[in-house]
Design a protein around this ligand. Structure first.
Ligand code: ATP
Length: 516
């Protein structure tokens, strides 16, 4: 199946099976805002928990925080968000559609990369085993031309963004002859800066009310609590503060389902280190975070690092972990070395001392920060898009049978085990309910008795339930049940009291944490 079709089907699947709904659907929705349904919320909880435990339980020197969304407006002055949290936007005058100017250029680069890969693919077929990619790209005229235009455009874009050169950005779009995908024309407005923060007012009397902002990242709540946590927790550097919470960005172009939302959740960890040791910790967290992803088993080949061409206003090193989404490799997480930018700016703007006394060095300094920042919603989309599958099975009557299945890592699945009486009589429901009563204290269960057992299996496959337990006549005789595994569809008979033992090794969160 085409990846585009797969993505369309996944979006429909998310709605049909209670994972993700468009927000305010009764009122035709609200752009780039989504709600999580009964299964989505469980998946979200499990991913959040996996991240939280990996950070706080597995690291004795990382503690949690839950700071408020509303914060003093001066915080955004100190953090640089008021002046620098902008995206360059451009409108097409014919379609009246708005775009991020940098994304238009990036999409153009991605197209050139596709063309290059086509050339490489053709040559690889032609040359067979003797094919040397690097040599081909260096010697073949067409490939060389494509590679050079990709490299030079990328460098030019990075320089224009760093230099805030909006006129230059427009010129680049014109030179590359980029057209609006809707109107097909090159009738562009000038490029303008657009601040991504949502403003609102705090206070009941409008004249007295202060303009405040919905936080565009959770990190600042951690920075302004640095001293509180360090002092009350008697934390010694290096140490980290982890937080999960909502962030809000008025994204210019919101598309690709939950990939880019205007209200979303971030899982961020700020690691405070001694100045000069930040690159070592940057490397450490780069590795550790990739390992967290790999433990999910979504395929090593689906990940890559992408070092930043343009560093954010606060960073001295930055890398993205990109995942191979159905629409290509895109950022799911960022690891940034933020220097002492945030803490020293909060000290400057607040007029307070924000420093740490290092007993080993016998000196006070402003700590440096290495942060890991991952979008919870984007991680959910990553997991769902990697796990959604439409299997073509041969059915008994020779007709094609499509099994929609989510091959979720069992520890993340909303339901770990479904308990199904084979039929709704002969004491089977009662026996199945007794099993449920015992098991639900240990794991997430679902009980269902409607429809044939085959149909019930399929419904559980569709929401990614790794195990189904069926209670049948034999259960009433010898106390055994059938345990069906989602991916292999294999069934085995086990004593009812051994169900938890059989499923725990894969369904417990510890099965993931052990791999870290
Ligand atoms: P992008 O380049 O995609 O806009 P970013 O570099 O601005 O992302 P960061 O500020 O580094 O993103 O935010 C950290 C993480 O938060 C991202 O890796 C992503 O997973 C998530 N994130 C950022 N913006 C959004 C959004 N609009 N919707 C969903 N998740 C987001």
């Amino acid at each position: 199946m085409l990846r585009e079709d797969l993505f369309k089907n996944l979006t429909a699947h998310c709605k049909e099976y209670g994972f993700i709904f468009p927000s305010s659907e009764l009122y035709d929705g609200l752009a780039a805002v989504y709600d999580y349904g009964q299964n989505g919320v469980e998946l979200k909880l499990n991913i959040r928990q996996y991240w939280w435990e990996a950070m706080t339980r597995l690291h004795q020197n990382i503690v949690g925080l839950d700071s408020a969304i509303f914060m003093h407006p001066k915080i955004w002055e100190a953090s640089g968000h008021l002046s620098a949290f902008n995206d360059p936007l451009i409108d097409n005058k014919d379609s009246k559609k708005r775009y991020r100017a940098d994304v238009l250029v990036e999409d153009w680069i991605a197209k050139q990369e596709e063309k290059l890969e086509k050339e490489v693919g053709k040559a690889a077929k032609r040359f067979g085993e003797a094919f040397d990619r690097a040599q081909f790209v260096h010697t073949n005229a067409r490939a060389l031309e494509l590679q050079q235009s990709i490299d030079s455009t990328r460098t030019r874009l990075a320089n224009l963004l760093t230099g805030n050169d909006l006129a230059g950005l427009k010129q680049l779009i014109e030179e590359l002859e980029i057209v609006c995908p809707i109107s097909g024309t090159r009738n562009w407005t000038d490029v303008r800066q657009f601040n991504l923060m949502f403003a609102t007012r705090l206070g009941s009397v409008s004249e007295e009310a202060n303009e405040i902002y919905l936080r565009p990242e959770t990190a600042q709540g951690i920075f302004v609590n640095f001293l509180n946590v360090q002092k009350t927790g008697r934390m010694r550097i290096p140490f980290g503060i982890a937080q999960v919470g909502k962030a809000f960005r008025n994204e210019i172009v919101a598309r690709q389902f939950t990939f880019r939302m205007r209200e979303f959740e971030q899982m961020e960890m700020q690691y405070f280190v001694a100045p000069g040791s930040e690159m070592e910790w940057f490397e450490y967290w780069k590795e550790a975070r990739l390992q967290w992803h790999l433990a999910l088993g979504l395929g090593q080949e689906n990940y890559r690092y992408h070092p930043h061409d343009k560093l954010a206003h606060y960073a001295n090193a930055a890398v993205d972990i990109e995942f191979n989404f159905p629409f290509g490799f895109k950022e799911v997480e960022g690891i940034h070395s933020r220097t002492d930018f945030d803490l020293s700016n909060h000290a400057r703007v607040s007029g307070r001392k924000v420093q740490y006394f290092d007993a080993d060095r016998n000196e006070s300094y402003t700590p440096y920060v290495v942060e890991t920042s991952i979008g919870l919603d984007r991680t959910i989309l990553m997991v769902l898009s990697a796990c959604y599958d439409e299997e073509h099975l041969a059915s008994d009557d020779g007709k094609e049978d499509i099994r929609k299945v989510l091959h979720l890592p069992p520890a993340l699945a909303p339901v770990k085990v479904a308990i199904l009486p084979l039929v709704r009589k002969d004491g089977m429901p009662e026996r199945a309910e007794a099993i449920l009563h015992d098991l639900r204290l240990r794991t997430a269960c679902h009980y269902e008795e409607k429809d044939t057992v085959g149909k019930r299996y399929r419904r559980q496959d569709a929401i990614g339930t790794p195990y189904c337990v069926t209670v049948d006549t034999q259960t009433l005789e010898d106390g055994t049940v059938t345990l069906r595994e989602r991916d292999s569809m294999q069934q085995q008979r086990i004593p009812a009291e051994r169900i938890y033992e059989a499923i725990a090794p894969t369904t417990e969160l510890n099965s993931l944490l052990k791999k870290l």
